[in-house]
Structures are given as C-alpha cells and as structure tokens.
Design a protein around this ligand. Structure first.
Ligand code: FMN
Length: 184
C-alpha cells in the first residue's frame, strides 16, 4: 500500500494527548503548509489559520464552551458541559482555528479541504488531531473573533486540535460500505 493511502486509512481522531509535549514549529509549519495545498474554488485560497498554543487561553475557551453546553436541552451536551473534567479540545497543546474570507465562492468547503490535508499531514508525522465541533458554540460567540485576533473580513469556521497521542493506537471505527452507486 502506498504511504498516502496508508496514512488516510490509519488516521484516527485522537481524544487523549500528551499535554507535556508540544509539536515542533517545524512540524507545525509542515502541517499548515499542507493545508494551503488543498484545492480551492477559483484558486481563491480564502483561508486564515490561527494557531493557539497559549494554555490559559485554551483553558478559557474550553470553559466557555462547557458553559454553553451546560445550558443545552440536549442531555449528552448538558452532561459534557457539566462534567468538570471535560475539555472539548482534550487538552491538546495546539488548536488551529480556521477562518474563511467573506465573499469567497466556497470558503467553508475550501477550509474543510485544508483541514483534511492538515489532519493527514499531521498523522504522517506521528501527530494526532481531532475536529472539535464542540467548539462551534464558542466559535460563533461574540467574544471569539477578538479573542482570537481574527482579521477583518474573515469568518471563523472550525477548530482542530493537534498534539502527540497519549494512549494506545485505536482501530478505525467500521466504515459503511454500501455507499456507492456505479453508473457505467
Ligand atoms: C464536523 C465534525 C465535527 C466533529 N466534532 C468532534 C468533536 O467535537 N469531538 C470529537 O471528539 N470528535 C469530533 N469529530 C470527530 C468524529 O467523531 C470522527 O471523525 C468520527 O467518529 C470517525 O472517527 P475517525 O476520525 O477516527 O475516523 C468531528 C468530526 C467532524 C467531521
């Protein structure tokens, strides 16, 4: 199997991180650069990456997300938000926020493609990651753009946590296989 297919098949969402080991700036640059090699509608490259490695800010963001979840009517979200030990980012040492340029043709799609490149690039370097949809309530809050220094003209979309995995390598959840129609 070639290395790209192997990386794609072996990548897993990582939910336990070595909090003592930060990823190197060299690896971080490779990961971000891989993001920028994603295809984009009209080659607009309408993304902006905000790397947060400040522990105090990450803790603040996690606690804000928990506070929103605690108020949810959804039982699962409520139980996460009220669990004092829960951190949406699993205390990963690096969180990358991805924003898209206002008015771009397909900014959300372009940013999602960049994210997938970054997650696979990270895995190929031995670095784990997880898409943190549970930070969306924070991302859409009034505080977030200023707190994250998002430039004017960009909208915050997503957050991805990165770090060295702690704990055993987990097998892939079974993949659905009845999801293809061939029309030949
Ligand atoms: C849009 C999106 C949001 C997600 N949000 C979370 C999240 O908040 N927390 C989490 O642990 N995993 C999250 N995930 C990861 C999925 O749970 C994971 O990709 C899925 O279970 C398949 O596992 P795998 O990534 O190991 O193949 C998210 C994935 C996507 C695509």
């Amino acid at each position: 199997m070639n290395d790209v297919i192997k990386t794609i098949r072996e990548r897993r969402s990582v939910r336990a991180y070595d909090t003592a080991q930060q990823i190197s700036d060299g690896d971080l640059s490779l990961i971000l650069e891989a993001g920028t090699y994603a295809p984009t509608a009209h080659n607009e490259q309408p993304w902006y990456f905000t790397v947060v490695q400040n522990k105090e800010l990450l803790e603040k963001i996690n606690l804000k997300a928990n506070a929103v979840m605690a108020k949810s009517d959804n039982e699962w979200l409520h139980s996460l938000g009220t669990n004092p030990d829960f951190r949406a980012t699993y205390s990963a040492p690096t969180v990358v926020f991805i924003s898209g340029r206002d008015g771009a043709m397909a900014a959300q799609t372009d940013c999602a493609l960049a994210i997938m490149n970054m997650m696979n690039a990270a895995w190929s370097l031995g670095i784990g990651s997880v898409f943190v949809g549970l930070l969306w309530p924070y991302i859409s809050s009034a505080d977030a753009p200023a707190e994250l220094q998002i430039p004017e003209g960009f909208k915050l979309f997503h957050a991805i946590a990165f770090g060295y995995p702690a704990g055993p390598k987990l097998p892939a959840p079974p993949r659905k296989t009845d999801v293809v129609t061939y029309i030949r």
